[in-house]
Design a protein around this ligand. Structure first.
Ligand code: NAD
Ligand code: ZN
Length: 235
């Protein structure tokens, strides 16, 4: 592993499961009791704005009741101590990676603690409820803030940058993701095509397991610290 200089890590809902945040595809295909298509689409927001805003208000409030687990902590240690290039791309909208101290982080599906203005496109940190008629800090319009979340059918953030780092990665690691949501599910093939070694850490085989050179099955809180120890010891 001493020839590893450029690591890209993709994380999904599984990395936050042991902190107490539900994954998307739990039993019955629900997320926190809701059907994904009733909540996470632009159509749902247009049709039933209050339901969608309430749902994300609750998810935002729930963040104060959870904390980073050993997997987030280990990735933050990797960020602090690894000498080469590193980018952690998360599909998660929670803030547990940054609360653990990770800096080299990109939220490709947006963030619960951020609001997006439908009027002017400004994105800004946001901690309260989006149903209280708060004005956009940039353009001053009322009732135009929505969760800064990439819904199904919308373009994830920073895809150009992600494609660039995948093209020069030596090692691509996927943690706690089902491999069902594109374009993230295609990152393994892109990294592998460009010559990276690819490794999956997941509770059980994912839809994309076939595409990885290596898969390790188990809880992220055990597998991630062990993997980080290996990488740092080999540097
Ligand atoms: P997913 O729910 O589709 O899949 C989660 C994966 O994690 C599954 O393969 C499961 O086997 C695995 N897993 C569950 N517990 C685990 C554990 N303890 N250790 C390791 N792996 C574990 O989630 P996804 O692939 O991230 O995809 C879907 C979308 O869900 C993303 O777009 C994300 O924005 C959204 N989401 C985010 C959060 C969050 O921010 N915490 C929570 C739910 C959904
Ligand atoms: Zn605005």
């Amino acid at each position: 592993m001493s020839d590893i200089h450029n690591i890209v890590v993709l994380t999904g809902a599984g990395v936050s499961a042991e902190s107490g945040l539900g994954t998307f595809r739990g039993p019955g295909g629900l997320w926190e009791g809701q059907r994904i298509e009733d909540i996470c689409t632009p159509e749902a927001l247009a049709r039933n704005r209050d339901l969608v805003l309430d749902f994300y208000d609750q998810r935002r409030a729930a963040l104060s009741t959870v904390k980073p687990n050993a997997a987030h902590e280990a990735l933050a240690r990797l960020d602090r101590e690894c000498r080469g290039e590193l980018l952690i791309v998360t599909q998660n909208v929670d803030d547990l990676h940054e609360r653990a101290g990770t800096k080299r982080l990109l939220h490709m599906h947006g963030e619960l603690m951020s609001a997006l203005c439908e009027q002017c496109g400004a994105r800004a940190g946001y901690g309260g409820s989006m149903r209280d008629g708060t004005e956009c800090g940039a353009c001053g319009t009322k009732d135009v803030l929505r969760p800064d979340i990439v819904f199904f059918g919308e373009m994830p953030y920073q895809m150009e940058l992600i494609d660039q780092v995948l093209s020069r990665a030596d090692l691509f690691l996927s943690i706690g993701t089902s491999g069902a949501v594109y374009p993230a599910a295609g990152f393994v093939r892109s990294a592998r095509h460009h010559g990276a070694h690819t490794l999956e850490l997941n509770l059980d085989p994912s839809e994309g397991s076939y595409f990885f050179h290596e898969s390790r099955m188990g809880p992220a809180s055990a597998l991630v610290p062990a993997w980080v120890d290996e990488v740092l010891a080999a540097q």
